[in-house]
Each structure stands twice: as C-alpha cells, then as structure tokens.
Design a protein around this ligand. Structure first.
Ligand code: ADP
Length: 180
C-alpha cells in the first residue's frame, strides 16, 4: 500500500526488515546494548554479520527513545539506524518514548542525507507494546514528521504479520482521511 504525504511516499508492506532491497537505511528495534537478540535485532545482526556488533559496541548503551546509526555490513542497505523502544509498562511515558524513536531515526536520516528508510513495528514484540496503540503513535509521528523532511522521500513500514499490516493500514487510512 502506498500513500503520498507532502511529496513523501509512505509504504506499508508485509515482509522481513533484513531483506529490504533499494532502501538506504533500515531501522533496528534494538536492545540497549546494541547486541544481537531475538526478533528484528536477531534478523538484522544475523544478516549483517559480526562486523555490525563490533561497530555497535562503542555506541552502547543507548536509552529508550534514542537512535544511533552504523553501517549495514552484509545487509542490502547502506546504514542501520538502531532505536531502543520503550518496554511497555516499564519505560514511561511509553507513547512519548516510542514517538522519540521514530523522530530521532528520521532526524539522523535527514542529517545523513538519506533518501529512504524502512521501519519495523518498534516495541511490539519482546517489549510488549500492544500493536494498536504502538501503530497509532508510530503512524501519527511519521505523518507529522513527513511535513518537515527534505532528504527522506520514502518511508516504508515493514510489518511481520498479516494482522500487523492490516492494523497499520486501517489506522493510516483513518489518519489520511482526517487530513483531507
Ligand atoms: P521489540 O523488542 O522492540 O519489541 P521485536 O524485534 O521483538 O522488537 O519485535 C518488534 C516487531 O517486529 C514485532 O511486531 C515482531 O513481530 C516484528 N518482527 C520480528 N522479526 C521481524 C523481521 N525479521 N522483520 C520485520 N519485523 C519483524
């Protein structure tokens, strides 16, 4: 699904964040230590190879809402932007910290002159953030930021499951409808 907001393309697809061809930067739903883990971080580090963990080591630890950038090593991208999402019920306020992940990732992308960024649904796996409120925060934040972007022209949400995709699609349809 493709949407255009202020000249920025917003895409929702079902897929694997570690196999996004023709995307300059992929976002990692990282852990504080920027180590290989499960879910997104596991898939990204496995595909990138051990060079990624080595590059990450001096940048860790990061705090909830923070983002840092590295090279993408063996991934089919140029960069990985690592974001630490909030652990639901622990890191508060969750919605603010989650919004900061998306804002900070896009800020870094702009600073680096990056044209395309792919996000997973940060915090909705091991960190326990319920899908709908997480998607609502993610989409509202990205739509609001889209108005300010100069360098980033494509933002893709890579959702793992059919329900994840459907929830994002319905919410984004609603947001776009309200805007017009
Ligand atoms: P967090 O620790 O921030 O919750 P996870 O990696 O556990 O991050 O999960 C975040 C979301 O990404 C979940 O919805 C999960 O289903 C999904 N996910 C897991 N693996 C992948 C992958 N390879 N590509 C895209 N999304 C993934």
């Amino acid at each position: 699904m493709k949407y255009t907001i202020n000249g920025i393309t917003l895409e929702l697809i079902r897929g694997d964040i570690a196999s996004q061809q023709y995307i300059t930067a992929v976002v990692n739903a990282a852990n504080a230590e920027l180590r290989i883990g499960g879910g997104v971080a596991g898939a990204i580090h496995r595909a990138a190879g051990t060079g990624l963990e080595k590059e990450c080591k001096p940048l860790a630890p990061i705090r909830p809402g923070e983002a840092v950038i590295t090279g993408a090593h063996n991934l089919p991208n140029k960069y990985v932007i690592h974001c630490l999402g909030p652990v639901y019920g622990v890191d508060k306020p969750e919605d603010e910290l989650l919004a900061n992940c998306y804002r900070n990732a896009l800020k870094i992308a702009e600073e680096q002159g990056i044209d395309s960024v792919a996000f997973p649904a940060i915090s909705t796996g091991a960190f326990g953030y319920p899908l709908e409120p997480a998607a609502e925060t993610a989409l509202h934040t990205v739509v609001a930021e889209a108005k300010k972007l100069k360098s980033v022209k494509l933002i893709r949400f890579v959702l793992f499951g059919e329900r994840d995709l459907e929830v994002h699609r319905q919410l984004l349809d609603g947001i776009i409808e309200k805007m017009s």
